[in-house]
Ligand binder design. Sequence first.
Ligand code: HAM
Length: 422
Amino acid sequence: MQPLPGFRDFRPDDCAARNYIFARWRDVAGRYGFVEWDGPLLEPTDLYRKKSGPEIIDQLFNFIDKGEREVALRPELTPTLARVIAAHEREFKKPLKWFSIGPFFRYEKQQRGRLREHFQLNCDIIGEKKIDADVELVCLAIDVLRSFGFTENDFFVRLNERLAWADYFAKKGGDVLRVNDLYHVIDKIGRQPREITEATLEGLNMNPQDVWNFIEDPSWYSGFFAGFKNLLAERGMDRFVEFDPTIVRGLDYYTGIVFEVFDRRKKLRAIAGGGRYDNLIEQLSDGAISMPALGFAMGDVVLGELINEAAAARDQMQKAIAAGRKIDVYIVIAKEQRRADALAQIQQLRDRGYRVDYPLTAEKVGKQFQTAEDLGASLALLYGDEWPQVKVKNLATREESLIAHQALLDSVAKFFNVSASA
Ligand code: HAM
């Protein structure tokens, strides 16, 4: 039996890589003062039908539950966040800075960088309409990727202001109610044959050549972008960001600045994407609560591919995983008569927080030392003929000493205090 298409098993190495990614995500979000939250994996289908846009609706994993409710596995977090904020905003001081890490489900065609279950880091700022929040969010996305060892040679942010397209559309006589259709065509420009794009633009009464010209020379809003770049430059982050009028995002709720993060070689799908959605909370609360909001999500799939392709990032991950797996002490049981004494000691060491392992059944001493090395133990304690003394071996220096078993705990504590401060 195989897992379903687009779903993954996480064997220990995969799980270690996933935990490594989550740890970096959590760490950097914390550095920016974001607090963690989460929502349910299953939501009423209507939450997405109303708010997410056609592409995601087509990809919903939805069904009728035993109570005859139409439900869907969450394809994204933003509608849930808007629902929670609309219901509970009074409980929190603004602006809110929330992050979340969890699984998402989209019934996509399985392809490189796109699966049916993936994990996302979501970071959102609620209750701040000034551009400083947009800059902070973009910097957070950049710093998350820098924490994996990536530089501006590995990835970049493509940023745009959706309103520029809305203005352009209105000035060209477009039907304001159909502006989302324009965003969908622009969003698909790189993924769709040019004839289809042009036919769709014509269907919106747009002259395709005029649209290409606008993309080539978007001087209408170069002032906005220069301002944004200056704010980034103040923190030395402008080298990561490029202005790109073709970035509009496929989701319907965005209202302002939008951005996506790509690998520099443009070989992979988007690593992350987000933007401002100032009207979503108001729409979800039927006008009761109006609050500006912005956020982004980064997926684990493309990120994992990028880590594996960049030697420095891959080394950093492998070292971190190896360090995280290391045990402190391996107990070598050379004489089975000493097993009970060894187990008593193991219990005490584990109670004090040390990571300890030992052979569950009788094994040759040489094999036990090999296991100690494989597990990255710092110390081996050998229970054998020396009893009531125990042989302590520093596995890095190969030094050995004999310690009375009553003094072992102190001796181990001293060793780790010294090696922790070394
Ligand atoms: P999104 O662009 O749909 O945005 O997804 C964000 C990221 O999730 C993508 O850049 C990609 O890395 C990853 N991702 C999405 N779908 C898949 C998939 N099928 N397989 C693997 N990875 C995938 C959103 O979801 C917005 N809700 C983000 C946001 C948060 N906007 C405001 N706040």
